[in-house]
Design a binder for this molecule. Structure first.
Ligand SMILES: C[S@@+](CC[C@H](N)C(=O)[O-])C[C@H]1O[C@@H](n2cnc3c(N)ncnc32)[C@H](O)[C@@H]1O
Length: 308
């Protein structure tokens, strides 16, 4: 019996022939490497593929009327990371998705000052937002921190974009008990013509996204977010973010079926991404005109994704 035969017997691969060929190729290329470790890797990959098939099958067994929601959720469970987390025992991720698909969806918009809106304490998974940057709005960052500390679930995260000019003041203002600074993400905005900050003599191609946590986070994430080149859509709001950049951010920092809140909704880009990526969404916007634009945009997307 060769080493490969022994490994095939011990690992009980679901596709033994494929595993045999892979190991034969591997040992030819890397004779000095540990073949047992490679067999483990093949087995893990097989398990992930089988999990994806099982999850897709389970999804299709639910009476999901919307074609978009079904296709999108199949894409979600077809992701290696999702299947791997499921295999590692994190079944709640799948349960949240199923609950969302079964109609436990939250999509709520408020035309008000976020400080006056009643959101239940400890009810929000993630806040993703983009407050105004000029100096006269700085105090809003303190109120945002206080608001986040109340409404976030324990371990929940706040991701707020911030202008570079007043970063020290902003971080000072956001330093409140119960909400801990965790990291700064870099949100890249590549393109031909960058905004010029005359006072600081800077052409900028990125902005910081400050990450705060209520208590301690268990979330891992990469810290560079990227908008597509020259994706600079201002058709919904004068300060609007791009759909591509927000999509990258939301998908990094939240999971399908979770509740995302944006207290400075503007033209609704965060909401648009959340609806399309199967997240619950709560949006708040003080300005009537911006609110109407966002509401129209989001209701249209919601109608499109839920139709059968
Ligand atoms: C930078 S814009 C957000 C743009 C948004 N990210 C987008 O992509 O369209 C900030 C928004 O916050 C709103 N705002 C300012 N103060 C607010 C408050 N206290 N409560 C709710 N919204 C507020 C402004 O009216 C503005 O529309």
């Amino acid at each position: 019996m060769t080493v490969i035969d022994t490994l095939i017997r011990d690992f009980n691969f679901s596709d033994a022939e494929k595993a045999r060929k892979r190991m034969q190729r591997y040992i030819k290329m890397y004779p000095e490497n540990d073949l047992h470790q490679y067999a483990q890797k093949i087995k893990r990959e097989e398990e992930i593929e089988l999990t994806k098939i099982q999850l897709r099958k389970e999804l299709r067994s639910y009476p999901i009327k919307s074609k978009y929601l079904l296709e999108e959720s199949c894409k979600i469970v077809n992701d290696d990371r999702f299947a791997e987390e499921f295999l590692n025992g994190q079944r709640d991720l799948f349960d949240k998705l199923i609950s969302y698909l079964n109609g436990n969806r939250l999509f709520k918009l408020y035309n008000n000052d976020f400080r006056k809106v009643k959101i239940a304490d400890n009810s929000v998974d993630v806040i993703v937002t983009d407050p105004p940057y000029p100096q006269k709005f700085l105090l809003l960052y303190r109120d945002l921190a206080l608001f986040a500390e109340k409404v976030l679930k324990p371990g929940g995260s706040l991701f707020t974009m911030a202008g570079q000019s007043y970063l020290p003041e902003i971080m000072n203002l956001m330093n409140i008990p119960g909400l801990n600074y965790n990291w700064t993400l870099c949100y890249l905005t590549p393109g031909g013509q960058s905004p010029q900050l005359w006072q600081r003599k800077v052409n900028t191609f990125w902005k910081p996204v400050l990450w705060y946590v209520k208590g301690k986070s268990s979330r891992w994430l990469g810290d560079v977010v990227k908008s597509d080149v020259n994706d600079n859509d201002k058709s919904h709001h004068f300060w609007g973010q791009s759909l591509s950049g927000m999509s990258d951010l939301i998908k990094r920092v939240s999971r399908p079926g979770e509740t995302v809140l944006d207290p400075f909704m503007g033209g609704g880009t965060t909401g648009a991404v959340c609806l399309l990526a199967l997240r619950n969404f709560i949006g708040i916007e003080i300005d009537k005109e911006a609110f109407i634009t966002a509401e129209k945009r989001l209701k249209e997307i919601n109608r499109r994704i839920t139709k059968s």
